[in-house]
Design a protein around this ligand. Sequence first.
Ligand SMILES: [Zn+2]
Length: 612
Amino acid sequence: MLENPVTGPAWDLSSEYESVSSSALRADLDSLSIFLDEAETHNRHFTANRDLESAQALTKLREQASTLLSNVGTYAHCLLSVDSQLEDAQKLNGELQSFHKRFGDVFEPLSQFVDDADDTTIAEYLSDPAIEPNAFLVLRSRERAHENLTLAEESLVNGLSQDGIHAWGKLYDQLAGSLTCCVSVGNEEQEMGIAQASALMSSADDHQRKAAWAAINEAWSAHDESTSASLNAISGWRLEMAKQRSRTQDIHFLDAPTHMNRISRSTLDTLLDVAAQAKPLAQKAARLQARAYGKSGFGPWDLRAPAPNLAASGRIAGDTHSAGVSFADSLNLIADAYGQVDGSMADFVRMMAENKWIEGTTGPRKSPGAYCTGFAKSKTPRVYMTYTGGQSDTITLAHELGHAYHSWVMRDLPDSQKSYGMSLAETASTFGETLVRDALLDQAQADQERLNIMWEEMSAFTAFLLNIPARFEFERNLYKARAERPLRPQELKDMMSAAWQTWYGDALSEPDPMFWASKLHFYISGISFYNFPYLFGYLFSLGVYARRESAGDQFFPQYVDLLRDTGRMTAEDIAKKHLDADLTDQTFWLATIATLEHRVSAFEGLLDELGV
Ligand SMILES: [Zn+2]
């Protein structure tokens, strides 16, 4: 019997633009053109003279142009997430591609000036009050000045990358959005998009999860040549660029992602050492989860399984109700949990829904996954996801609303201080998740409820401490091997299986060899190593969370101050200033792992108590 499926609301983007062809959108693109024309006029003088006045004027123009480009780009991205086949949004994206190229070209002389000028000139450049807020970014950029190619070369690379590395990323996105697979649901075979099939991997039914996983992998296997070509091209492009940029100093493929995340290689090494030390604990958590299902080990299709419904199966007494949670209930729950830190955080959650800034519908053409984005002009965030009423959807919503809150407390800062490295970007999101889990646990009456919540905790713990390191290990090994030659699909499968084996050990019944194709994070053309920042953010935010008790009433303002600094300091400096912690030392991290040990023991205690 098919029940009325639980779903979330649609977002309303009309406050930004009525449509792709709206006059407001066209006017923004026209203004963008004018800003770029003006910048070009300045450049005629600037490239020869490198004068301060032009540099400052160009900086201001770049900020104005960037706001418009980002605003229209976000709009196109939002539309295409809901319907990847939308023709006019696709065309707009194509149009924006040439704007991006022009933007890159026009402001490249300024970037080079900022990197190459002597310290005195830079101090003078930053003395303009309108430019001064850029100081952190400018000084960070100068640290990597040795990587710069000549102006003509940078322009060539920028031009070629649109139909080079970025085109490979787009190919993957279009494939992921249009690929369908056949999954047996109940007694019938249903054809569905990958996102829909992926949602079935959160099903409570063992067979359903396995069927969805197998169908998704079969669909990707049929495209293993094109996906491996894409992965080889993306990684190969980056390796070649690193080689080209190594003229004065050797560039490592981890330099760009660590710098981008505003952490040092030493912090990254410390983080992975700590993860390796925590591996037995994380594997124990994974085995306990399998035990709750009455299995000796989980399969890769079980990683997003909900808690087993022991009440329904009669294994424990209690409510057997298992219908999905409505979006409204889910949202209220999150608002209450956020509100325990400060009332304004609850108001924020409710405002997001009232303003229709959350997209949670289901649909065959929706892109998989969840994200938070924002419109640069109105300085307002948006949350995207597919809401189907599972408990993990509540956690995903809490996570994305954390991102949204982070951008919200920074909305009055200068634009140049609003962007943060991904490692710190996960601080507020994971903090939000933890808040919601703990609030749920406090309120829980029934055993099944407690099981559900602790289950989510264990799922997050194993995802961050086993799955993320496995992804990191795969990607690192991929770059090492790709430096020799492109890899065949079978080699990628073997490499992925080996990484899973290293981290999961015997806690999983088998690895997930097609994960290199099914995980879209490996295909983001603008960013490499879209994995370790999650591990960093998870442990870092739990470290911040642990301060809640010790700081008492002082905590909330401190938390907001910490978030507001994320766009103008390195992670190490933020930890020192707000947490008095040294991130290159294991002490801070191990203290966080210790709090997780209690959580795993509590979960084991519950299973013992329930006799499962
Ligand atoms: Zn996130």
